[in-house]
Ligand binder design. Structure first.
Ligand SMILES: Nc1ncnc2c1ncn2[C@@H]1O[C@H](COP(=O)(O)OP(=O)(O)O)[C@@H](O)[C@H]1O
Ligand SMILES: Cc1ncsc1CCOP(=O)(O)O
Ligand SMILES: [Mg+2]
Length: 287
């Protein structure tokens, strides 16, 4: 188990490695937020490649450093493409990140998520807490879970100081069972590889008011774990995202602006990510 001091000490080197690697980040993702995801990957120092026609996927995954699969707007052909990419990624030892958007809401999303989890090695899963609990239920780790209205978190699930320990325990068990790293997001985020559990209390309440903050986060988790290990790479991604959210909020408040400008500033401040800020302004605890 890694301690907090070592995690913070490693941030500067890990961020430099991520930028040096400039990971080719292959994304199969939804058309709602695809452009924001590509810009977020560029801003953190990766190189986005959005490709999903079956004909080219083996070639794409062969050169990719990481594959990000986001189930936000599924179609039959896209599901086939996800399986082709996942198979090739496992053959080439290329890490896969899964964003299970809206799992728990429809049978198609449940089936697709569990098919990917059960049949392929997934390096990291990043979802909001309702999505992570839905996977816990589908995996037999949790008896009951709330269903989201759509792609957003169910208000009853939101991670708070009061339920932090219970959620941490559940997500750790799930990560261990699925042999993966899990990042469950919300006002407080929980990150675990099944051994170390980290809570991250940064970010801003304007982040869920734009579409794509979760998708962007999952995409940059991809670029970051390709240049680091899944736990520490995901930590860089969530800290960069949350601190960019805090800066973007301060900027829109200063200028009397709203969520449209917030979205643009979020990418601006992802680009401006500095290791020193990630260390000094992060609010993380090992649970
Ligand atoms: N109320 C909040 N306060 C601070 N940060 C938040 C809040 N809600 C979400 N975030 C942050 O927004 C990003 C996306 O998380 P989330 O909204 O849970 O994902 P999704 O968009 O997939 O539902 C994460 O970086 C998370 O920490
Ligand atoms: C609104 C919507 N509908 C299908 S995918 C999608 C985007 C979800 O993005 P995020 O989970 O990052 O808010
Ligand atoms: Mg989401």
């Amino acid at each position: 188990m890694i301690n907090k001091e070592t995690l913070l000490d490693n941030i500067e080197k890990n961020l430099n490695d991520i930028r040096d690697k400039n990971a080719l980040t292959h994304c199969i993702t939804n058309s709602v937020t695809i452009n924001d995801c590509a810009n977020a990957v560029l801003a953190i120092g990766g190189s986005p490649f959005m490709a999903e026609d079956a004909e080219e996927l083996e070639e794409v995954v062969t050169i990719a450093d990481v594959v990000v699969i986001n189930i936000g707007k599924l179609s039959k052909s896209q599901i086939e493409s996800m399986k082709i990419s996942a198979k090739k990624a496992n053959e080439t030892s290329t890490p896969i990140v899964l964003d299970p958007v809206g799992v728990g809401v429809t049978n198609l999303r449940n089936r697709t998520t569990m098919d990917l989890i059960e049949n392929y090695d997934i390096a990291a899963i990043r979802g909001n807490i309702t999505e992570i609990k839905a996977i816990a239920k589908l995996s037999g780790v949790l008896d009951e879970s709330n269903t989201a209205k759509g792609v957003d978190v169910n208000a009853d699930d939101i991670i708070t100081e009061e339920n932090l320990k219970d959620n941490a325990y559940l997500i750790k068990e799930l990560a261990s069972r699925l042999n993966t790293t899990i990042l469950a997001s919300g006002p407080i985020d929980i990150l675990t590889d099944g051994e170390t559990v980290i809570s991250i209390d940064n970010g801003d309440d304007m982040m869920p008011l734009i579409t794509g903050s979760g998708c962007m986060l999952s995409s940059i988790v991809g670029s970051c774990i390709a240049g680091s290990n899944p736990l520490e790479g995901s930590l860089i991604a969530i800290l960069a995202m949350n601190l960019a959210g805090e800066k973007a909020r301060a900027k829109v408040d200063e200028r009397d602006e709203g969520t449209g400008s917030f979205r643009a500033y979020l990418i601006d401040y992802l680009y401006r990510t500095e290791a020193e800020r990630l260390v000094n302004e992060s609010n993380i605890e090992i649970l």
